[in-house]
Design a protein around this ligand. Structure first.
Ligand SMILES: [Zn+2]
Length: 627
């Protein structure tokens, strides 16, 4: 600890000196680490409940007791928090240390004994009988178990509340101010976007500056980085918008609670843009347009660094705009700012030659002059929110788009303005897809759902929009078994891989699942058991010390491994051998000293989530030359 303190003292004082006397700060893993994720960050269906520190891609730093206290729970799993401890301090608060590589001596022995006794790799022990800890003691060791690269996830809980450790005497390294990357102004059914340069030059674009009836609402796109290079975009503590004369709206995230984790759908708007970082923070308070008024937007990061912009409302800003859809979204229909958009700009794209036509109950939609509606002309060949289209053509239930001679169908439905719940049954190619969404929140624009068959993927699948719809309940989707003739999988947003729904049901007529986030859904028949690659010797940090291990790659394309207990390893005379499943990269890790000697065999049985299992016989490699 002393060693690191000497070297990093400079950074230590700069990043934290404003708030606390540097030498009184708690340093969670003995060296001043930089944040890679902040408190309250968007994690799809919930907030990030703690802070993540970079451990410079290394493992095995001691996780230090912040106060006198005791460990009240320890868990081992290949997913989520991986190896994790829950430490209760003398004030009754719980500190969570996740993704550990191992535990301090007494705890390590207890975990290993429990695994051996229960013949399970995944264990959870409450109130382990081990001695209490003093402030500064080593509780466990940092690692990369569960999800992610080596890093420390630190969380602070007090009763039902989750606190920001950076505000409770913990050193949080962050040497950069937050970036304000874009803004969206909502007015009626319209949205206008301003980019980073627009905001820097003091310009904020309004959809219709002459419209004084519809109040404006705002969203700002922000990313906070802790250091160069800008690798891990984080969320911020506070956003504030005020006009010259009065405050407009403010959101502060100092504490969270588990019950309101879903509020994220209200505060952060869903947007998948072309690899650009940052979250869209929605400020729901209405603002009445006043010409000549100066607005000030301010945002503050977790270590209280503030960025600020002043701007006036303009009819048009000339700077480049953030993209509306990313490389993983189809431009014909996409989710942006938690709304469904139709890519009517594609009519102008000569290479795609896209034509859109609108139908209601199978009949073409007409314009006010009784001509068949030309959507591109009518909406000026711009990407248009589906809600805006429906507010003008309420009979619309089907959009047909023709590209290169091929016609595709998008089914759409408007959610009634005051509905708290919405059920929708639609037919695509004669097969039924039903949806039911509960606990819908009010928003001041028309809400609309859309579904389309996903054409350009190897898996038969459907695309649902909008992602990030404002609901706090559940979303049930059921498919006619004729189309969903295999188990349901969802498409990962960033990884673009298919993941098995662990909770799904099948009746004679339908196959269905309930979720708390809209996703694209596909159907995969997985009859293949997982395979193993070639075993190789390596080393890993085990309980703070480097030890030889045997690693075996797992080859499993579809369902994945459900948990650590899906692996059973044994050898003659050893009915149970501890095996760890590392989900990134997918491999099994054995502590070499647990295995029979080199040249001898041991057995592995591996089962995937779909229930396919296979037995393997592995010869322990190496010999005298083994590490
Ligand atoms: Zn984390």
């Amino acid at each position: 600890m002393k060693f690191w303190k000497g070297i990093f003292w400079g950074a230590f004082v700069i990043s934290a000196g404003v708030l606390f006397a540097a030498d009184s700060l708690y340093v969670p893993f003995g060296k001043p680490g930089y944040l890679t994720s902040s408190f309250g960050e968007n994690r799809g269906t919930r907030y990030h409940a703690g802070v993540d520190y970079s451990t410079d891609m290394q493992e095995g730093f001691p996780s230090i007791a912040p106060e006198d206290g005791k460990i009240v729970q320890v868990k081992v799993s290949p997913y989520a928090y991986g190896k994790v401890i829950y430490f209760e301090d003398k004030l009754g608060r719980t500190w969570v240390f996740a993704h550990q590589s191992g535990f301090s001596k007494h705890l390590d022995s207890l975990v290993r004994a429990t695994q051996k006794k229960t013949k399970k790799n995944d264990v959870s022990i409450e109130n382990p009988r081990i001695p209490a800890f003093r402030k500064g003691d080593t509780l466990s060791y940092t690692g990369s178990s569960g999800i992610g690269n080596p890093h420390l996830h630190l969380e602070l809980r007090s009763g039902a509340h989750i606190l920001n450790p950076c505000h409770y005497g913990t050193l949080c390294g962050d040497s950069l101010d937050p970036l304000i990357l874009g803004a969206a102004v909502f007015q009626g059914e319209d949205v206008s976007i301003s980019g980073e340069e627009d905001l820097k030059s003091g310009c904020l674009e309004v959809p219709d500056i002459r419209n004084r009836e519809d109040p404006l609402r705002f969203a700002f796109k922000i990313a906070d980085y802790s250091r160069e290079p800008l690798e891990n975009p984080m969320s911020v503590r506070r956003v504030t918008l005020k006009s010259k004369s009065r405050p407009i709206g403010e959101i502060i995230k100092d504490t969270l609670n588990f019950a309101s984790m879903l509020k994220i759908r209200e505060e952060l708007l869903w947007a998948e843009e072309a690899d650009t970082a940052g979250d869209w923070h929605y400020i729901p308070n209405p603002y009445k347009l006043t010409i000549g008024d100066t607005l000030t937007f301010e945002t503050e990061d977790m270590t209280r660094r503030v960025s600020k912009r002043n701007f006036t409302l303009q009819e048009k800003c000339d700077g480049p705009k953030p993209l509306m859809y990313g490389k993983f979204q189809n431009p014909e229909m996409f989710s942006f700012l938690s709304r469904t958009w139709i890519g009517l700009h594609l009519c102008k794209d000569d290479s795609l030659k896209t034509e859109f036509s609108f139908f209601g109950k199978g009949k073409p939609i007409f314009d006010s002059e009784d001509n068949v509606l030309n959507p591109c002309e009518y909406f000026l060949a711009k990407p248009t929110p589906l809600g805006k289209i429906l507010s003008q053509f309420p009979d619309l239930d089907e959009i047909r788009l023709t590209q290169k001679g091929k016609t595709d169908t998008i089914r759409v439905a408007e959610i009634p303005a005051d509905a708290k719940e919405f059920s929708w049954e639609t037919e695509l190619n004669g097969k039924k897809i039903s949806q039911n969404v509960t606990a819908l929140e009010d928003v001041p624009w028309t809400r609309a759902l859309a579904v389309r068959k996903l054409a350009n993927d190897s898996v038969p699948a459907y695309e649902f929009h909008p992602k990030g719809l404002h609901f706090l309940g559940s979303w049930l989707v059921s498919f006619d078994t004729q189309i969903a003739n295999a188990p349901l999988y969802y498409l990962g947003e960033t990884s673009r891989r298919w993941f098995y729904f662990s909770k799904q049901n099948k009746t004679k007529r339908t196959r269905f699942t309930s979720m708390n986030e809209l996703r694209d859904i596909g159907f995969i028949q997985d009859n293949t058991a997982p395979e193993l690659g070639s075993p190789y010797l390596d080393s890993a940090v085990i309980a703070g010390k480097t030890a030889p291990v045997l690693r075996i790659p797992v080859i499993e394309k579809e369902s994945g491994i459900e948990n650590g207990n899906a692996i059973q390893a044994s050898a003659k005379g050893k009915p149970y051998i501890y095996a760890e499943y590392d989900s990134e990269p997918k491999e099994l890790v054995f502590i070499l000293s647990d295995l029979p000697e080199a040249g001898r065999k041991f057995q592995i049985r591996l089962q995937d989530e779909a229930g396919n299992a296979k037995n393997f016989e592995i010869v322990v490699p190496g010999g005298s030359s083994a590490k």
